[in-house]
Ligand binder design. Structure first.
Ligand code: IFM
Length: 452
């Protein structure tokens, strides 16, 4: 294993880092592996990835990065990196194999080892409750399309808070609900692979209500704990200043951003989007109040911007996405656009005024190669990081309540339908022997944290 064995330092990161949180993030299905070990049952992603043709190369998360097995190694990597916080998600079906019943002692033991191992190294655990891996047994009972999912999630959140709330003080309820709902239930790209617009709307609503219930669970049990949601926010710009393109951009903005932000911040669902989609918002009960339960922070996952033009390509949205010409893109084909992060933050402050903001994901995929000397010189990732962290400084200088930054990702991992072909990690994972090697970007980020 090529990972540095020394470097296990325990400096007081909060003191060194002026309270700005420097972190790295991962998600359970993308790194854990051990898909059938110790009582874990399948999630919808296990099912989906085993359907031929759903992922690049037929890749699955069966082994992923073997993090379940290599936990200590990964904890040591984090310690070496000098991060003050680690954002991870819990595999619901590892913790509660039948979805809403008894806990699995082996699952509890694993997450206890993780949380205790972080705290022993002076790293704050940031726990994401749901990063897309619904237990298959619950999907078979109606899944997120069923209103019952709200109760299942509340039970799951209560279980997490009871088990780990004495040590976990930072909670993220749901990661990127638009990916779950839009990509999983309308586009069909993600698990469970449905293509039904009304189903996707119902799912988005149940996710948001489930989020609100979970916020209440956390705050009732631990009033001092901080809780929020992580939204994937990809700002939209119009391809030109024509009225048609501006209107197309507004439609996409409504669907991708305002659909989630507006109800979370007490404005209900945006009426223009309801009209445009020609859908029925599920019956509401007191749901809008629950969704708008105050949170301590908004998690922002930022990667790129989108450019929209009027056009018939995207069915009900009546628009077409435009790839800007002559711009630098990552291995995902995503434009590198740090200014978009600044514009987004200004808008969030002006339109929604979150109590605090954390960038809970930001990073880039590149076709990394191991050099003859064993080094991975990922200069383009370093440049991406540097430019986005310069932007972070600008954002802070404008007085926006940005309190932390989590690099996506700690290590290369299973990139959903792109399988293992896309590498986002600060640490290179050799998928033959599962060794980890810090890339140049890990060295750069480490130094950046040290100097901050
Ligand atoms: O890998 C994903 C992550 O799971 C959610 N946000 C975007 C990342 C990169 O695609």
């Amino acid at each position: 294993m090529s990972f540095i064995k020394s470097g296990f330092c325990c400096r007081n990161t909060a003191e060194v880092n002026n309270d700005f949180v420097w972190g790295a993030a991962t998600a359970a299905y993308q790194i854990e592996g051990a898909a059938t070990a110790d009582g874990r049952t399948p999630s919808i992603w296990d099912t989906f990835t085993h359907i031929p043709g759903k992922t690049h190369n037929g890749d699955t998360g069966d082994d992923a990065c073997r993090h379940y097995e290599l936990l200590e190694t990964d904890l040591d990597s984090m310690s070496w990196l000098g991060i003050s916080a680690y954002r991870f998600s819990v595999s619901w079906s590892r913790l509660i194999p039948d979805g809403d019943g008894a806990v699995n002692p082996a699952g509890v033991a694993f997450y206890n080892r993780l949380i205790d191992g972080l705290l022993a190294r002076g790293i704050e655990p940031w726990l994401t409750m749901y990063h897309w891996d619904l237990p298959q047994v619950l999907h078979d009972r109606g899944g997120w399309q069923s209103r019952e999912s709200i109760d299942w999630f509340e039970h799951y959140a209560s279980t997490l808070v009871t088990l780990f709330g004495d040590r976990v003080k930072h909670w993220i309820t749901i990661n990127e609900p638009h990916c779950v709902a839009w990509f999983g239930y309308y586009r069909g790209w993600f698990a469970p692979g449905l293509t039904d617009i009304q189903a996707s709307i119902d799912v988005s609503h149940h996710l948001l209500v489930a989020h609100g219930r979970a916020v209440r669970v956390v705050k009732n049990a631990w009033p001092d704990a901080l809780v929020g949601i992580s939204l994937g926010l990809t700002p939209v710009e119009a391809a030109s200043d024509s009225a048609e393109d501006e209107a197309a951009a507004r439609r996409l903005d409504g669907y991708d951003l305002r659909w989630f932000l507006d109800p979370l911040y007490g404005r209900g669902y945006p009426a223009d989007v309801v009209r445009q989609l020609n859908i029925t918002v599920p019956s509401l009960h007191d749901d809008l109040d629950v969704i708008a339960t105050p949170t301590d922070f908004l998690g922002v996952n930022y990667y790129l911007r989108q450019i929209a033009a009027a056009g018939p390509v995207d069915g009900f949205l009546d628009l077409t996405g435009v790839d800007p010409e002559g711009v630098e893109v990552t291995d995902m084909g995503w434009e590198i656009y740090p200014d978009g992060l600044l514009h987004l933050m200004r808008r969030l402050r002006n339109d929604y005024a979150p109590a605090a903001i954390y960038i809970t994901e930001n990073g880039s995929a590149w076709p990394d190669v191991v050099g003859d000397n064993g080094e991975i010189v990922d200069s383009r990732r370093v440049d991406y990081l540097r430019r986005h962290l310069d932007t972070v400084e600008t954002i802070k200088s404008e007085g926006i309540a940005l309190k932390g930054y989590f690099a996506w990702s700690l290590l290369d991992n299973f990139e959903w339908n792109s399988g293992y072909a896309k590498r986002f990690g600060l640490f290179y994972v050799n998928y033959d022997d599962f060794s980890r090697t810090p890339k140049a970007s890990a060295h750069w980020y480490r130094e950046h944290i040290r100097k901050s």
